[in-house]
Design a binder for this molecule. Structure first.
Ligand code: LLP
Length: 414
């Protein structure tokens, strides 16, 4: 049974009717399933048993302490992109020696904090960053383990905003420059070259871009070996897509097997940085229909969640399945599902056939990744509550933000 399923048309999260959650915790509320998190992680890992590996959950997809803690307990590592994410992982009980630090703008402070924590590896994105890490490490009398994030220039065939492996984006170092940069890195006193890293984009639904990228990376690993630089790990990044509507991403077993096949015969640890694939379909967003508003050309269902809660539709025109959480007698009508925020881009779904009345609850599906993590306080809206369901138990893992929280750091002039 999948974690989110209907019983006689009534949506459940594990054994709990979603209506019970909506009534107890109000809306909008993110609901996650522990079983779905566990299943996603263990099925990703299943294909890797027997090969030296580390699965580093990409914290940005869902940085909830409770969720990080679930993955930490399962032995996960973490891919972080800020000092804030580092602090979260440590607070959630993550092992610092399983952290990789990606991102193009690492500050002195962030590098220092990561070295103090003793992270597994920095994924270095530019020559200037390499020199900065060297300087910070030298000042601390520490050695910084690094990979260079190389840009293999393959087309991930995904939305341009979430494609990162092409030449013309800000990530990584150009493939042609990588050898020379590795030679520089190897010559630096407080840098230890450990790996090669690449990440080509997100929500990738085909296998071939991953394999094309890995082929290029392996070519680089071999070239480095001939120059006396021996790589201990290859980080293949994240990016495995999920099904939002009718996409058919490779399943984990196919994906990991294809990667391992290319690594056959090599004594190299393999790192993965999945985000969306581990949490995307482990969460939904519950929302209430505030108003039904017939329009001249469209009918609007105005709900209490908005683009500030789930930004993906507004930002990427992303599709999220939307369903009523209990069957209703109301006639089915086609609605624009929109939030209360004052922007025409504030929609959650276009042209959705729904049988709903005011006061009904809806579920916005596949909202576990890049949902709460990209939420904002736009229009001075407090961010949603988050709950994690385990069997028949609902744990509140983040309280709904209070309005007073939203301006408590602000000051008016004396
Ligand atoms: N590693 C690095 C270096 C990344 O930049 C990312 C995502 C990941 C791993 C995890 O990728 P995933 O497995 O989740 O595809 N906000 C967008 C997605 C942005 C992805 C950014 N980087 C969305 O809502 O679709």
């Amino acid at each position: 049974m999948t974690a989110f399923h209907t019983v006689n048309g009534v949506l459940h999260a594990e054994q709990v009717a979603c209506a019970r959650i909506a009534e107890q915790h109000q809306t909008p509320t993110y609901v996650y399933s522990l079983q779905a998190l566990n299943t996603a992680f263990s099925s990703f890992q299943a294909g890797l048993i027997g090969h030296d590996h580390l699965i580093c959950f990409a914290v940005k997809a869902n940085p909830s302490l409770a969720i990080l803690n679930v993955f930490a307990r399962m032995g996960a590592g973490f891919d972080i992109v800020s000092g804030g994410e580092l602090a979260r992982v440590l607070a959630a009980g993550g092992d610092p020696n399983k952290i990789v630090f990606s991102g193009v703008g690492k500050s002195h402070q962030e590098i220092r904090a990561a070295l103090e924590a003793g992270i597994f590896c920095f994924n270095v994105e530019s020559i200037n960053e390499l020199h900065r890490i060297q300087a910070v490490a030298e000042s601390m009398n520490a050695i910084a383990p690094i990979s260079l994030r190389v840009n293999p220039n393959v087309d991930a065939k995904t939305h341009p905003y979430i494609s990162t492996g092409l030449k013309n984006n800000k990530f990584g170092v150009a493939f042609e420059d990588a050898l020379a940069l590795y030679q520089t890195a190897a010559s630096l006193s407080h840098i230890a070259v450990h790996g090669v890293d690449c990440h080509i984009g997100s929500q990738i639904t085909e296998l071939s871009p991953f394999l094309d990228a890995l082929d290029k990376v392996l070519g680089l690993v071999d070239a480095l070996a001939t120059h006396g630089i021996h790589i201990q790990h290859i980080d293949v990044g994240g990016g495995v897509g999920i099904t939002y509507s009718d996409e058919t991403p490779p399943d984990f077993a196919v994906y990991t097997q294809a990667i391992l096949k290319k690594l056959a015969g090599r004594q190299v640890k393999v790192l993965f940085e999945p985000g969306r694939a581990l949490v995307g379909n482990a969460g939904i967003l519950l929302t209430k229909v505030e108003y039904l508003k017939p329009g001249e050309s469209k009918n609007f269902a105005i709900v209490d969640a908005a683009m500030n809660d789930l930004m993906r539709p507004a930002l990427y025109d992303a599709y999220h399945h939307i369903t009523a959480i209990v069957p209703a007698d109301a006639p089915s009508q086609v609605y624009e599902v929109v939030g209360p925020v004052c922007e025409s881009g504030d929609f959650l779904g276009h042209d959705r056939a729904l049988s709903i009345a005011e006061g009904d609850y809806l579920a916005i599906h596949s909202a576990g990744a890049y949902g709460m993590s990209m939420a904002s306080n736009y229009n001075t809206r407090g961010r949603a509550a988050e709950v994690l369901v385990d069997g028949d138990t609902v744990h509140l893992i983040r309280e709904r933000e209070r309005i007073s929280d939203l301006f408590k750091l602000e000051r008016v002039l004396p």
